[in-house]
Every structure is written in structure tokens, then in C-alpha cells.
Design a protein around this ligand. Structure first.
Ligand SMILES: Cc1ncc(COP(=O)(O)O)c(C=O)c1O
Length: 380
């Protein structure tokens, strides 16, 4: 089945007299028919609200179908999807390798919380590729990747990393939010876990916060156990909203990505800009990996303005009229943020001036371009 057909059909029944969409079933208690059934529900029958009812289960199934996974854990936020994966894998005395490009709060969880459990957390350069073999130890339990990095957009060589990790028995997880699990399949590339913030493209309308992790085989079993023990729960209404977003995901992705590449090209030709950092451009240092591992781009990228200080970045952002100023991305509306106040890096990729991230929405390309042009002028 082709991708677009799958997006339309995934996670729902196609026969019988029923609504097209999963119902929103608000439930804590789900009554059993008999005392025997309290502990022996027929397979697939809901047991208790926290384990999911119609819309949550439909979303889980849809995400498993899309990524050919055996299990999908839903988490109350993208961040908690990342933390759940670490919880599923690490134990005291272990060693964890994490990409230096990780989303800030994920990094804080690893550095401030996971280390308190007696786990040694070390960061690696996201461009390390097969060189990760020199950083792996006999007690490495998890390699925590994010590809591309959400501010600096390094694309990691996941097949090389997973191959090296397998030699010491370490698992690999990838925060794969940029591709939404649609434009790349990190499990096919060898990762044990692929996790996404569904808040971004999947939800797509800036009105819901949720995350998901998918896995196959033994990792799927460990993931399910960890989810169960953590007591994670997402609301049936939010699951319904994410499912609704999933149905139009490809269309929105295509428009946002096409506009982003056009804007990126115009910015690359602009005299005020020193670099455009978009994984789907041939001038990106990891373009070959992007081309090998991804089927299509997303519409989030960064630009560098040489010589700009924070004050000039703020003047630029304040002059924008169509781009909103705010965190997150993947919604229908374009957003801009300056990244320097939140960048925490051990291995600093060479940069020159201010780093601004643009998340391109569904507006007309000419309106977005006119907005950026006038804001660059106004920032001078
Ligand atoms: C790459 C990445 N991962 C995870 C998250 C966290 O997602 P959420 O806001 O849904 O917790 C974000 C949020 O911006 C992100 O950019």
C-alpha cells in the first residue's frame, strides 16, 4: 500500500456500520461483564482507561502501521516520550551516550536526573558516525540520538551508529520528530526505538501536546512494561486530535517543506545571511545521509546572520508580522525563534553570528518572503 493510502486507512476499521473515525470514549472504569472477566478480558477488550480506549488505541495502531512497529507507547508530551525510552533501558552502573544536539529539556533530563540513578552520561558530536565505536563501552546501555538536531540540524548516520552499538549490546533510540516517522523510518535504519513529539507535524494545529515511541520485538516488550509502570496516560480527546492531524500529514508536510526550500534558497542568496542550514539542501554537510535515509524534507531549518548580537536578533524578530514568535513547530502557522539563548553544546559546530530557526507553515510563500525581507531591513 502506498504512503498516502496508508495515512488515510491506518488505525481504523473499514467495514461494518460505524463512523469513519474512532470514537472518543472518556473512561476510567470499564465494567466487566462477569467476575471471571475482571481478570480474564478477551484480547483487545479495554480493561481500564489508562490502558487506552478507542481513540488512543486507534492512534497506537496507526503509528505502528506507519513505522512497521510492534508496539507504540503514547506519552503525555514529546519530552516524556524521550524520557520513557531512557527509563525503559538504563540501570545503575550503566553508561549512556547522548548526542550533543539533543533538545535542551531532554538533555537536562539525562544530565540532571538520569545521572542521579548512577548512570554515566556522556555527549558525542552528532557527526561522529561510525566513530562512535571509540566512545562505546562494555557497559553502554543506550545511545540517545536526535536526527536532525532540532536547532542545528545535524543529520546522524543512524545505520553506522546502530551497527557499532550492536557490537557492545547497546540499544539505540532516535528522536525523530523532524521526519514525524513519515519521511524516514528509524527502525528500518536499525534503531531499537523511534520517538516523536506528536505536538509538531502530527498534531499539526498547535493545539495538542503528546509524544509517541515505537519499537519492535524485545524492545517493544520493554517499552510496554516501562509505559505501564510509569502510568502514562493521554486523553482520548487529544488522541482524536492527533489522529485527525495524521490524516492530512503528508499534504501539510509537502506544502511546508516546499515553501521552506524556496525561502531557504532566497535566504541563501541574501547578502545579510552567511549560512542556511536545511538538511534537504545540497550545501548541507550531511546532505548525502539525508538523501540516503529520508524520503522527503520537513519545513524547519535555521539560518545564520553574521555579526548579529542578541539585540539585533530581537529587532529582527520583533519586526516580523506574519511569523509568530514562539517555541515548537509543525503547525499550520510559521514561527521564528533565535536559538542562541537555549544552545547548550559541548562540541560546538562552527558558527558565525546569530542562529535563527524558522518553522514554515502553510501561508503563501510570497507573503512569508516579504515578511522576512522587511524584518531583515528593519533589524539593521
Ligand atoms: C526535537 C524535539 N524533541 C522533543 C520535543 C519535545 O516535545 P513536546 O513539546 O511535545 O514535549 C521538542 C519540542 O520542541 C523537539 O523539538
Amino acid at each position: 500500500m502506498k504512503r498516502d493510502t496508508q495515512l488515510s486507512r491506518a488505525g481504523r476499521a473499514h467495514h461494518g456500520t460505524r463512523s469513519v473515525n474512532a470514537s472518543v470514549n472518556r473512561a476510567s472504569t470499564i465494567l466487566a461483564g462477569t467476575a471471571h472477566e475482571l481478570y480474564n478480558r478477551p484480547d483487545g477488550t479495554p480493561l481500564y482507561g489508562r490502558f487506552g480506549t478507542d481513540s488512543q488505541n486507534a492512534l497506537r495502531h496507526a503509528l505502528c502501521e506507519m513505522q512497521k512497529a510492534d508496539y507504540c507507547a503514547l506519552a503525555p508530551s514529546g519530552l516524556s516520550a524521550m524520557t520513557l525510552t531512557a527509563i525503559a533501558e538504563v540501570k545503575a552502573g550503566g553508561h549512556l551516550l547522548a548526542s550533543d544536539s539533543l533538545y535542551g529539556p531532554t538533555r537536562m533530563f539525562l544530565s540532571d536526573t538520569v545521572t542521579r540513578w548512577g548512570i554515566d552520561v556522556e555527549y558525542y558530536d552528532p557527526r561522529i558516525g561510525a566513530g562512535i565505536r571509540d566512545r562505546l563501552k562494555q557497559n553502554t546501555q543506550l545511545v540517545f540520538c536526535e536526527s536532525p538536531g532540532s536547532l542545528t540540524f545535524e543529520v546522524q548516520d543512524i545505520p553506522a551508529i546502530t551497527k557499532a552499538a550492536a557490537k557492545v549490546g547497546a540499544r539505540v533510540m532516535v528522536d525523530d520528530t523532524w521526519s514525524a516517522g513519515l519521511n524516514a523510518n528509524m527502525l528500518d535504519l536499525g534503531a531499537d526505538y523511534a520517538a516523536q513529539s506528536l505536538t509538531k507535524y502530527m498534531g499539526g494545529h498547535s493545539d495538542v501536546i503528546m509524544g509517541a515511541v515505537v519499537a519492535r520485538g524485545d524492545a517493544a516488550r520493554r517499552l510496554k512494561d516501562a509505559e505501564w509502570r510509569m502510568g502514562f496516560n493521554v486523553s482520548p480527546d487529544d488522541a482524536f486530535l492527533v489522529l485527525r492531524g495524521l490524516r492530512t500529514l503528508a499534504l501539510r508536510f509537502e506544502k511546508s517543506a516546499a515553501t521552506s526550500l524556496e525561502i531557504a534558497q532566497r535566504l541563501a542568496e541574501h547578502s545579510a545571511v552567511s549560512a542556511v542550514i536545511h538538511p534537504a539542501r545540497p550545501d548541507h554537510p550531511d546532505y548525502a545521509i539525508y538523501q540516503r535515509d529520508f524520503t522527503a524534507p520537513a519545513g524547519v531549518f535555521a539560518i545564520e546572520f553574521p555579526g548579529w548580537d542578541i539585540a539585533q536578533s530581537e529587532r529582527f524578530l520583533d519586526a516580523l508580522k506574519i511569523f509568530g514568535l514562539g517555541f515548537s513547530w509543525g503547525g499550520y502557522e510559521s514561527l521564528a525563534v533565535h536559538c542562541d539563548p537555549q544552545l547548550r553544546r559541548q562540541f560546538r559546530s562552527r558558527r558565525d553570528g546569530a542562529l535563527i530557526r524558522l518553522a514554515i507553515g502553510l501561508e503563501d510563500v510570497e507573503d512569508l518572503w516579504a515578511d522576512l525581507e522587511q524584518a531583515i531591513k528593519a533589524s539593521a
